[in-house]
Design a protein around this ligand. Structure first.
Ligand SMILES: Cc1cc2nc3c(=O)[nH]c(=O)nc-3n(C[C@H](O)[C@H](O)[C@H](O)COP(=O)(O)OP(=O)(O)OC[C@H]3O[C@@H](n4cnc5c(N)ncnc54)[C@H](O)[C@@H]3O)c2cc1C
Length: 416
């Protein structure tokens, strides 16, 4: 029988980040088992991978800072000569409509937390992002009322934010982890968690293999509750696989200038470019678009809804009035695991000794994954030895511990 010190279930961005951080420590043998045929089979493959810093909680801002700093220094972190992924330094723009207090207040708060943040007024917007309308109110989706062209908003800009290709990043982590001695196997579904005397003793795979290990990490993304149930562990959090829709379309040549990653809170949409700025990726930041629970993560509607596309494009064309009126709009749906209790992750060892969870990341998991990997590896195996680690985090795991009370939040949307 094969024996490992740690078995990680799931080769998404969380499982791979944890595996690589354990590999960097070099003290334990690590096996990652992934039921898909390649990385990106779950949430990670569908992710918009927006890397923004602003969250309402300071500990989430710190996690975002630590995660994004790692993506910004990706080659040094992965130790790869030619990583597939590199950070797109597009900046992140927050348009908050009629709320003129948000940007100055949050810019000051972010500066205190060590994050570059600027307040932009309409003239700055026009100069830096000439494709953008300055309207502070979006049309009413129910009544159709246009709300006019009133300007005068005050906007927040995070110059160090951006995005990074999610699948390429995961592929880099796969290679980096293997270089550090981690074993990663695809087409390997974990079907049972074995236990004895209140502790994990191993896992069984769909091929019938028993693998002995004292530690199992549930990094199974939208399948996390299934896996915890297989372990006989009742995690008290409501972690719901949720269908999330995204559109993409050609940018055309009628939108001049730079288009940053944008959280258009007034309109309820976010967007960014991809393919060297030639395409736009568009999604929703409305809470009601994060409510479609999926009973079986292996079977759900992966094609977007026409109604969703109509709404997003309608709002987008009010923010980017030069948006091409013709051309093909495509879309897809992925799943993320919404923690319905407080939309934040749930981390740590459960009541079953040696069975760890890193689940419930809602729409935030990609940007914070490098920090989560460091946090999980520290908790399972202790910190990296031999000097300070610039790819770590000081945020304590207990802040998001599986045994905590739900967090009190001002918003439960993806922008929480
Ligand atoms: C449309 C969309 C947009 C998003 N946008 C952003 C964003 O802009 N910014 C951001 O920070 N985050 C974003 N997210 C969220 C982020 O992508 C996720 O939080 C993150 O990818 C979660 O990673 P994970 O490793 O936990 O899960 P996953 O990527 O789902 O990985 C879990 C893996 O476990 C495997 N698995 C499951 N069960 C088993 C089993 N029994 N045996 C073996 N393998 C198993 C699955 O096949 C899967 O590959 C978005 C997500 C989606 C879907």
């Amino acid at each position: 029988m094969r024996t490992f010190d740690v078995v990680i279930v799931g080769a998404g961005i969380i499982g791979l980040s944890t595996a690589y951080q354990l590999g960097r420590r070099g003290r334990c043998s690590v096996l990652v088992l992934e039921k898909g045929r390649a990385v990106g089979a779950g949430s990670t493959g569908a992710s918009s991978a927006v890397c923004r810093f602003r969250y309402s909680r300071d500990d989430m801002v710190a996690l975002a800072l630590d995660g994004i700093s790692t993506y910004r220094d990706w080659q040094a972190f992965t130790e790869l000569k030619a990583p597939r992924a590199s950070f797109n330094h597009d900046g992140v723009l927050w348009l908050t409509g009629e709320d003129r207090e948000f940007a100055p207040r949050e810019a000051e708060r972010m500066s205190k937390l060590g994050i570059a943040a600027e307040v932009l007024y309409d003239d700055d917007l026009a100069e830096r992002f000439p494709s953008f309308s300055r309207r502070v109110r979006m049309p009413d989706l129910e009544t159709g009322e246009d709300h006019g062209d009133e300007a005068g908003g005050v906007h927040l800009f995070e110059p160090d934010g951006g995005w990074i290709d999610p699948v390429a990043s995961a592929e880099d982590l796969l290679e980096a982890a293997r270089n550090r001695g981690v074993t990663v196997e695809f087409g390997q579904q974990v079907t049972e968690i074995q236990r004895e005397g209140g502790r994990v003793t191993g896992v069984k795979t769909a091929s019938g293999e028993d693998i002995s290990c004292p530690v199992v990490v549930n990094a199974a993304g939208p399948w996390c509750t299934q896996l915890s149930e297989a372990a006989g562990v009742s995690v008290s959090w409501d972690l719901v696989p949720t269908r999330i829709q995204v559109l993409y379309l050609d940018r055309g040549d009628s939108l001049p200038g730079h288009i940053p990653v944008t959280a258009d809170v007034a309109g309820g949409i976010y967007f960014r470019t991809q393919n060297n700025g030639q395409q736009l990726v568009v999604g929703s930041v409305r809470e009601e678009d994060e409510r479609e629970a999926v009973a079986d993560p292996d079977h759900f509607q992966t094609i977007h809804d026409d109604e969703f596309a109509y709404t997003q494009l309608h709002l987008l064309s009010h923010r980017l009035p030069g948006l091409p009126q013709h051309g093909r709009v495509r879309g897809y749906c992925g799943l993320y695991t919404v923690n319905r209790d407080d939309v934040h992750p749930v981390l740590g060892e459960t009541e079953l000794g040696g069975f760890w969870v890193a689940n419930g990341f809602s729409g935030h998991g990609f940007k914070i994954a490098p920090a989560i990997g460091a946090m999980m590896a520290d908790a399972i195996d202790g910190p990296l030895t031999g000097g300070a680690d610039s790819f770590s985090t000081a945020v304590p795991l207990e802040a998001f511990g599986v045994g905590r009370e739900p967090l009190i939040l001002e918003s439960r949307s993806v922008l929480a």
